[in-house]
Design a protein around this ligand. Structure first.
Ligand code: MN
Length: 344
């Protein structure tokens, strides 16, 4: 490995550093800044917010986290008395601020019930994100790069570009961001830089076993009972590489689980050898069925989901369909077989 490659693992690109300096020039000591992220914040959104709040505090900027949905309990360990988490305030949390920074999304509509207020804010709004900008992008100043494995990578670059101190608490938040967004360093966004950054964060005090325990070894008994129940519905069509799983409308009450705990169920059919497309059917009751689409390899599930008015990414999409669980499953499986047959 040559020196230039090694250097690139540990430092931000010139373009990214320039974007960070321009972004930071709009902030001043003494300011109060609101941080927000998408509805149902994930490890990247929460980790990026917790890290950025502490980093900006080093420059005398006070941050208030105001998310459109409650801070997930599983990420409480990223917070402490030094962070003002005020998502419960709703739009009132966006009053008396000097700037808004939106993380891990670039579409106002993903701010849920905060969106209307954000559209009318007159304070500077900036975005730090690694997604392709949506139809209604947020703000004017951006530290945005779709090559970043996580928004947390961009926050890390803010820290090193501005010479800020990556304390153990900041390192832990950034590691949570990268760990979760790369699927524990398994997804295709697991870049050399993701590992380079992870190495630096371990050096800064992250304990990887503790992070595993806090983020992944937190499963309730009900979640596993639900999985046992759901596995009874597992189906697969090995010739086409199609696998699916379903849950009925009563599972959340029956097993006392939250909708967050349904995340990841689709990874079970997806993990079947030879699977190219995995489907998760969730009956919401009231004649609505939520379908999650996942792909492995070259199948574009975003294109497939669009026929049902859904969308997302090429490898992870979703859609809401009308009908009973049986009707929707029958229709989508028929369409998926034709789609995979054509794409074979
Ligand atoms: Mn992300």
């Amino acid at each position: 490995m040559n020196g230039a490659v090694a250097e690139g693992l540990l430092s931000a690109s010139e373009a990214r550093q320039a974007a960070i300096r321009t972004w930071f020039a709009a902030l001043r000591p003494g300011m109060t800044v609101a941080l927000s992220t998408h509805i149902n914040a994930d490890g990247d959104g929460c980790g990026s917010e917790a890290a950025l709040a502490r980093l900006l505090a080093q420059r005398g900027i006070h941050c208030r986290i105001v998310n459109p949905t409650p801070w997930p309990a599983m990420f409480n360990f990223l917070l402490d008395d030094d962070i003002e988490e005020r998502s419960a305030l709703g739009v009132a949390g966006l009053e008396d601020i000097d700037a808004l920074i939106v993380l891990d999304i670039n579409d106002v509509r993903r701010l849920g019930h905060l969106a209307d207020r954000v559209r009318t804010l007159t304070v500077p709004i900036s975005v730090i994100d690694h997604h392709v900008a949506g139809d209604e992008p947020v703000g004017t100043l951006a530290v945005a790069d779709t090559r970043a494995c996580a928004t947390g990578e961009l926050v890390y670059d803010i820290a090193i570009t501005l010479g800020l101190d990556i304390t153990p608490a900041i390192a832990q938040a950034l590691y949570a961001a990268v760990l979760t967004d790369t699927g524990s360093f398994r997804f295709s966004n697991t870049s050399p830089r993701a590992h380079g950054m992870a190495a630096m964060l371990l050096t800064a005090g992250v304990n990887p076993e503790e992070m595993y325990r806090r983020i992944y070894a937190q499963v309730s008994v009900g979640r596993l009972q639900l999985l046992r129940d759901a596995l009874g519905s597992l189906g697969s069509d090995p010739a086409l590489g199609l696998s699916w799983i379903s849950v009925d409308a009563g599972v959340m009450d029956r097993f006392d689980v939250t909708s967050e705990e349904l995340d990841g169920i689709v990874e079970h059919p997806r993990s079947i050898v030879g699977t190219r497309m995995a489907l998760f059917f969730r009956d919401l009751g009231h004649g609505k069925v939520k379908v999650s689409f996942r792909s492995t390899g070259g199948v574009d599930v975003q294109q497939f989901a669009r026929r049902y008015g859904g969308g997302g990414h090429a490898k992870a999409s979703g859609a809401m369909l009308t009908g009973s669980l049986e009707e929707v499953r029958e229709q989508v499986l028929t369409d998926a077989r034709a789609y995979l047959g054509g794409a074979a």
